[in-house]
Unconditional design. Sequence first.
Length: 128
Amino acid sequence: MKHQRHKGGKAQDVWFDASTFAASIRAKRGQRSLREIASEIGAVSPSTLARLECSAIPGIETFLRLCDWLEQPTSAFIRLDTVVPGIHSPGDSIQMIEQELRADGVLSPQVVDAFITIIRAVRSSLPP
C-alpha cells in the first residue's frame, strides 16, 4: 500500500512493507502453530496471522500488537523513499537488501536493524 506526499518539491512514497512484515512473522513463528502464536500474542486470531503471513495489510491495532510481539519498531515496516522520475534511488537498493535479509530469517531482527543502520550511515556519508 503506497501513499505519495510532497516535501520540499520532491515526491516521497510512503508505504507499508507487507512482505517484510510477513517474513518477520513467519521467521519468529518458526515451526510453532498459528493457534499457539495467536494465543501467545492475544487478541489476534490464527486466521488473521495466516493472512498476514501471506502479506495482507493489518489493521493498526493488530500491527502495533504484532510489532510488540516481534520486538520491532513500527518503522521497520514503513518505507519512505524520495522519488525522482527515471532515476534509481540508492534507498531502493538498501530496501532490497533489508527485505532479503528479513525474509531469509537467518539473522535476528536486531542484527538486521543494526546492519541496515550501518549501511544507511555509510551511504549518507558518501557524496551524491
